[in-house]
Design a protein around this ligand. Structure first.
Ligand SMILES: [Zn+2]
Ligand SMILES: [Zn+2]
Length: 347
């Protein structure tokens, strides 16, 4: 056998040519002279092979990864070692150096390449949506039959901020471009449906209440027939608050706790504890605010009667003795609430 290129004999052959002629034009790796990397100047995500990836990386690491991703190594190379170096970074351009050592057909080779990595700052699609004020959901924070108090707004603001913080790890549209402060309540504009629903749930978890979603068609893409929807989610928190007196199914109950799904309270006639599922919120009637509760003094006691002073006119009023008040003494202060001209002792 002789090499068809150089004619030499007695050499290791690769097909019809000798190893020397083969290696003359052989390259262990291919790498483009110029590599472009797009980075979102807002959130630092990188565009890699057409996809935005979100994890934060320092600039050096971004350059190394871009080099790695663009190296194509020949199948003939064995025992390869690749060394990447950044020579210098000038502005957005990094001059890099790639060195490869490896074996090809038993011959050790060493090869170097120069490469320029250019970092282009752009804005990723979610960030450009955020900058343009795009939103998919409006959370309408409202109270039933009353105005929302400033401390409730403060608490709601915190819950919204906390939810957005947490969701930011999984949802790039977890942002609130606008809060509309209306007389009837706040409207929180939220980037995505997913995070909007989380915000609504978390508000309900804190305040109790009822959630209702109303999707609205905003526009329609004529070519695809696909609609752009937004969802308005109303979170209606109860009219009553802790210590208020409510009426539900003929029971008069003093509220002791409101959680995400139920109202807990004490029946003021029997002093027994009751739970009312919040899905019945529309059938719960607020009858007295906690500010209507009065304090008065016990003036006499018998096994069946407890006599108190009516704070309105200082007349003595006999009330039926209840087990919970047996340990009280004359002169002790008690709380009362007047409902329909009847006075109830409450704890
Ligand atoms: Zn040859
Ligand atoms: Zn971004």
């Amino acid at each position: 056998m002789f090499c068809i290129e150089c004619g030499s004999k007695d050499k290791q052959m690769v097909g019809e040519i000798c190893i020397d002629c083969f290696l003359k034009d052989f390259q262990m790796i291919e790498i483009p002279k110029n590599i472009n990397v797009e980075i979102c100047s807002h959130c630092n995500s990188r565009l890699e092979e057409g996809k935005w990836s979100e994890s934060y990386l320092p600039e050096d690491e971004i350059i190394y990864r871009a080099l790695e991703r663009n190296i194509k190594i020949s199948d003939l190379v064995e025992n390869e070692e690749i060394n990447l170096e950044i020579d210098q970074i000038k502005g957005t351009i990094a001059n890099c150096f790639v060195e490869v050592v490896g074996d090809v057909y038993g011959v050790s080779l060493d090869e170097t390449h120069d490469c320029e990595v250019r970092i282009k700052k752009t804005v990723c699609p979610p960030c450009s949506k955020m900058q343009s004020g795009y939103y998919e959901t409006v959370i309408q924070f409202r109270a039933d039959n009353r105005e929302i108090k400033s401390e409730e707004y403060a608490k709601a603001d915190k819950i919204v901020a906390r939810t957005l913080d947490k969701q930011a790890k999984v949802d790039k549209l977890a942002y609130c471009p606008q809060v509309a402060k209306l007389k009837e309540g706040y409207d929180y504009y939220i980037g995505s449906f997913k995070t909007g629903r989380k915000v609504a749930e978390n508000l309900k978890d804190e305040f109790g209440g009822v959630i209702k979603e109303s999707p609205r068609l905003i526009s329609e893409d004529k070519s695809t027939g696909k609609g752009l929807y937004r969802i308005w989610i109303s979170v209606r928190i109860p009219e009553f608050e802790n210590n208020d007196i409510i009426e539900f199914e003929d029971r008069i109950i003093q509220v002791s706790d409101i959680d995400k799904n139920r109202v807990v309270g004490i029946d003021i006639k029997t002093n027994k504890k009751h739970n009312i599922p919040l899905k019945n919120m529309d059938n719960i009637k607020l009858i007295k605010k906690s500010t209507d509760i009065e304090t008065t003094t016990i003036i006499s006691m018998s096994p069946k009667i407890i006599q108190i002073l009516d704070p309105a006119d200082y007349s003595a009023v006999d009330l039926e003795m209840k087990d919970d008040f047996k340990d009280y003494n004359i002169g002790d202060e008690v709380k009362i609430i007047k409902i329909d001209n009847y006075i109830y002792l409450i704890k």
